[in-house]
Design a protein around this ligand. Structure first.
Ligand SMILES: Nc1ncnc2c1ncn2[C@@H]1O[C@H](COP(=O)(O)OP(=O)(O)OP(=O)(O)O)[C@@H](O)[C@H]1O
Ligand SMILES: [Mg+2]
Length: 229
């Protein structure tokens, strides 16, 4: 099986008021196409930063990131956006819905970018899957945190991504909704072969993946294959 993601010697260093902060320190790992991976670790350990680099949302300070055989490091901002739109779904820790668009319109954006047809009904189907058909006309401020998270999920699913990055996808959800969302992600993995990379504090969720990577202080402190016999 080939790798959908190859991370080699990646570091991320922020310059802040004259001093350097090393948030990721020389990280290397690969992720197999079609697998499911969880990333855990304490607050501030670099999980969101790592996800952003893997997804091509941000650039590393050094090292290389290869996504679906494309080396992201040499690309311009626009080229990286094109790669993201083609292969990547992203569920943000803070949702990042567009505030001036309704729930439905937020889900329609990636479909529009891909030039799809029947985007409205496709977007409605996706909202329906996350249980929000009756909230399609609401703006983000008119939605609860969990509802915004589900819109974000529907949006991430909309372009049938080869790889889905989810940053605490169940962090704001009640147990029942959380179970639904988890099922949707794993269904996507099984049915469409979407690779899942999930940052989570929820060990139940992490335990459902094939592999658990643990970060601390910007380095990988453990990397375990999980068997689901
Ligand atoms: N733009 C930035 N400039 C400077 N420091 C940053 C920036 N973004 C993140 N950091 C720092 O990098 C470290 C890692 O942040 P990151 O968001 O990756 O952590 P995390 O593991 O996702 O934490 P959490 O579980 O709280 O979401 C933190 O100490 C944070 O303060
Ligand atoms: Mg985070």
């Amino acid at each position: 099986m080939e790798n959908i993601l190859n991370i080699r010697n990646v570091s991320k260093i922020y310059q802040n008021a004259g001093h350097q902060l090393t948030v990721l320190d020389n990280i290397s790992f690969s992720i197999q196409t079609g697998s499911t991976v969880s990333i855990t670790g304490p607050s501030g350990s670099g999980k969101t930063t790592l996800l952003g680099l893997c997804a091509g949302l941000d650039r590393s300070s050094s090292g290389s990131v290869e996504l679906n055989q494309v080396a992201l490091d040499q690309l311009t901002e626009d080229q990286r956006a094109a790669v993201r739109n083609k292969y990547v779904g992203f569920i943000f820790q803070n949702f990042q819905l567009l505030p001036t668009l309704t729930a439905l319109e937020n889900v329609m954006v990636p479909l529009e970018l891909r030039g799809e047809k029947n985007i409205k009904s496709h977007a409605m189907d996706l909202l329906d899957k996350v249980g929000l058909a009756d909230r399609s006309g609401h703006y983000p401020v008119q939605l609860s945190g969990g509802e915004q998270q589900r819109v974000s999920l529907a949006r991430a699913f909309s372009n049938k991504p080869a790889i889905l990055f989810a940053d605490e996808p169940t962090g704001n959800l009640d147990a029942e909704t959380s179970d639904k969302v988890i099922k949707l992600m794993f269904d996507l993995n099984r049915e469409a072969g979407t690779t899942l990379v999930i940052v989570t504090h929820d060990l139940d969720l992490a335990g459902k993946t094939n592999r658990m990577i643990k970060l601390k202080g910007g380095v990988i402190i453990s990397d375990l294959e999980l068997s689901h016999a």
